[in-house]
Design a protein around this ligand. Sequence first.
Ligand code: PEP
Length: 250
Amino acid sequence: MADRTPILAANWKMNKTIEETERFLAEFLPKVPDSGPEVVICPPFLSLKTAVEHCMQSHARVAAQNMHEQPDGAYTGEVSAPMLQELGVDGVILGHSERRQYFNESDDALARKVLVALDAGLEPILCVGESLTQRESGETEALLTRQVAADLAGVPDNRLAGVVIAYEPIWAIGTGRTATTEQAEEAIALIRGLIESRSAEAAAAIRILYGGSVKPENAEELVSQPDVDGALVGGASLDPEDFAAIVAAA
Ligand code: PEP
């Protein structure tokens, strides 16, 4: 890996109450090394405040799993960037495939959300990735090219390095079916090439993660690929021991 600090991010999805969050962090945080990879916990909205308070004295940071692009207004059930800022949250996952699939998250909205997050000082973790059908019909490159172009359309070249991209093949999420190290490296190198066509400097600096059934057993091999700068972890991040083992592997 080049000079980029790896990131291990835990996407808890709709899991863990506040009490469960406290229990997880009490066990997990003492295992987080004071230096080394960046560790990011992404709990549900209701646990963000608790997570921020617990992580404050540690090397771990906290990110949300989504946010609305408007600062306020009549958007029932939504949460805005200023609300996340007020809690002391450091970042936000944007465009997770589950949000694209179940909540009709569009590339247009994502392009706006990425900019709003950057302007608010929240590090966006932008998820991109193809479905199994798209991979099998040879559309992976076209899909990734389209998503990266559309979702980062509004970000000036000199701010691209402030975005984190997570390559998450949909067929590998929660399925136990991990991309091979070659598949992960190939897709992530492709994404880095897309960034390079806009700015060589940004391409060298931007962190691009792999996500999709990362486990303690496969984390080291995946993260050791030259273009893979860490992992976005779903299922295995729910267990403090497993996630600590993944952090240690990186
Ligand atoms: C995810 O939801 O971002 C993810 C990668 O999930 P899992 O690790 O469970 O495949």
